[in-house]
Design a protein around this ligand. Sequence first.
Ligand SMILES: Nc1nc2c(ncn2[C@@H]2O[C@H](COP(=O)(O)OP(=O)(O)O)[C@@H](O)[C@H]2O)c(=O)[nH]1
Ligand SMILES: [Mg+2]
Length: 271
Amino acid sequence: RAEPSMIKKMSPSESDFAIPSKNCYRMVILGSTKVGKTAIVSRFLNGRFEEQYTPTIEDFHRKLYSIKGDVYQLDILDTSGNHPFPAMRRLSILTGDVFILVFSLDNRDSFQEVQRLKRQIFETKSCLKNKIKENIDVPLVICGNKGDREFHREVQQEEIDQLVAGDDTCAYFEISAKRNENVDTMFRTLFTLAKLPHEMSPDLHRKVSVQYCDMLQRKSLKNKKMKDIGEAYGVVTPCARRPSVHSDLMYIKEKAIGGGQGKDKERCVIS
Ligand SMILES: Nc1nc2c(ncn2[C@@H]2O[C@H](COP(=O)(O)OP(=O)(O)O)[C@@H](O)[C@H]2O)c(=O)[nH]1
Ligand SMILES: [Mg+2]
């Protein structure tokens, strides 16, 4: 019998498709509207950029990886920016493992929103972890996007430095989703901060389609050997659906208990 290959496990059509929960992560993108959150997600998923603005309500994507023989699942939550339901934003923060906070360098208000969001993330996460603010580490990258609009700059470097200073799990990047400047570097840093394989960054793995996955699987079964096991692959799963609020709550619970403070954990009220 042929060895079960990692690629086989990567194929979303497989019914025995299971990824250990320690390899499942959620990336949450927050920031005001029109700052370029969806543009960054689009660079991440398909390398494209769209000039035209389409408002986001809440988009959910899923990417699966096979990296050096291990399988990972990365869920991506692209949020709206205007949050008519504060509880939903709180839920996104609670379920998030790594965060990208985006503001636009040509918009002061969006920078202030990132200041507020950073604070809210730490407060919300410390409630979950039952720890004091200083001790929790949330892998987080702040992006000053639209770096290409230099002449319209409204946010100065000093205030950005102040926001990021003295925080080991937080990094800042001036990027341009439009020109694809610094975007890959930003992702690489985010995954490194989260102690995840840096191969998850868009420029460090082979992007394959679901069909290609299946083909590789058949080929590898025929050869009875996986030559490519050392390589890094990534596939965007088609039609990923956002998990229900109930699943989100279970996910939070599992992560919190998995984090090792299951016993004397204070109740965290989702309000
Ligand atoms: N000049 C410039 N425009 C951008 C950049 N990133 C996004 N945009 C544009 O800004 C608008 C809002 O982008 P979008 O990603 O939808 O913002 P979101 O509301 O934060 O998701 C769109 O028209 C994009 O084409 C960038 O880096 N530079
Ligand atoms: Mg959007």
